[in-house]
Design a protein around this ligand. Structure first.
Ligand code: B12
Ligand code: SF4
Length: 275
């Protein structure tokens, strides 16, 4: 007999370029992959948990559309990323989700959630858990706990409610070896939708992005430092592999290949392809 695995849907909430930069700036700004969610999805897949991603800005869908989708195929867990300017949208979204799938567990993460975990739990009753900081390990432990239906254990990097009060768990130590985290699950994303300002204005089609490091030692007063001050980076080999995946599997146009430097590197001395 096969046991049904907990299914997770990860959501990047709707947040248009217009919301970000104003109505006269619609040609400015990136619509780029929600790589944080794609990292979480990759780790869920690695641990054999089914997962999908709804990227509302890329798909141009609103909270009503998202709730409709979840009603049609209800998941066990919904994970939502929250930056501060998305707070109002997320508040509306979680209410709509619990209206159509009341038993679903909702976990939020991202820079805003990491900065104000207890406040989010106190203010928005539909949110069950808040992930603080990097989420790859926290989400796996949370999914395992929800699957087991045992009494709540303290999970590092997770805030939850106990007797109606917000409890913030002990901090989760940041991973020092970033290469242990699988590459973002870009296959779950509508890759053809992603653009940077420059690729839009030059009309060169879609454009993937990749993250090479986490953490920052600088001290800009407005920055929330969601990944701490210690700088950690992927190995050069991993970065090149991911870059190759992006440009060969996702975007193979000559322009991207040239801009990415592959035209220079991918020919051997006799002109043969070397990777
Ligand atoms: C690179 C970057 C961008 C890139 C993103 C490229 C991409 N493809 O993702 C671009 C330039 C597009 C961008 C845009 C914006 N950004 Co920005 N960005 C950053 C930066 C420098 C790094 C973020 C990053 O790559 N992190 C790595 C990934 C892996 O992390 P992550 O997405 O947060 O996800 C991890 C955790 O947060 C957590 N997590 C996230 N979501 C969830 C959900 C669940 C359920 C769980 C369990 C865990 C979890 O787990 C993930 C994996 O570890 C940070 C500053 C910093 N040093 O961190 C600012 C930062 C995140 N950006 C910020 C802002 C405000 C924005 C914009 C809103 C700016 C604007 N006005 O347009 C837009 C919003 C874009 C959008 N989502 O629509 C702020 C957020 C502040 C806040 N209080 O919310 C930050 C913190 C900078 C700052 N000034 O403080 N950004
Ligand atoms: S402190 Fe924050 S805003 Fe300043 S350089 Fe570092 S990541 Fe960027």
């Amino acid at each position: 007999m096969s046991i049904k695995k907990i299914r997770t849907v990860l959501i990047n909430p709707y947040f248009s370029i217009q919301d970000r930069y104003g109505k006269d700036m619609k040609n400015f700004g990136a619509i780029s992959e929600p790589l944080g969610l794609a990292y979480l999805a990759a780790n869920l897949e690695k641990n054999n948990y089914p997962v999908s991603i709804i990227d509302a800005p890329a798909l141009n869908i609103n909270n009503i559309d998202i709730a409709r989708q979840l009603k049609e195929e209800p998941p066990d867990i919904v994970g939502i990323t929250v930056l501060t300017p998305m707070h109002g949208t997320v508040k509306d979204l979680v209410k709509r989700i619990k209206e159509v799938v009341p038993y679903v567990k909702i976990i939020v993460g991202g820079a805003h959630a990491s900065a104000l975990p207890a406040e989010l739990l106190s203010e928005i009753e539909e949110i069950d858990y808040v992930c603080i900081g990097e989420g790859e390990d926290t989400i796996i432990e949370t999914v395992k706990f929800i699957e087991s239906e045992k009494e709540f254990p303290e999970i590092a990097g997770l805030a939850y409610r106990k007797n109606g009060k917000a409890v913030v768990g002990k901090p989760r130590l940041a991973r020092t070896n970033l290469d242990e985290i699988p590459s973002p699950a870009r296959h779950l994303l509508p890759m053809e939708k992603y653009n940077l300002t420059v690729s839009k204005t030059k009309g060169v089609g879609y454009c993937p992005t990749l993250i090479v490091a986490r953490g920052c030692p600088f001290d800009c007063y407005y920055c929330s430092h969601p990944f701490g001050r210690s700088f950690r980076h992927h190995s050069v080999e991993r970065i090149l592999n991911e870059k190759r995946d992006c440009f060969y599997r996702i975007c193979d146009c000559p322009r991207c290949r040239r801009d990415a430097g592959f035209e220079r590197h991918d020919r051997g001395k006799k002109g043969e392809t070397v990777f």
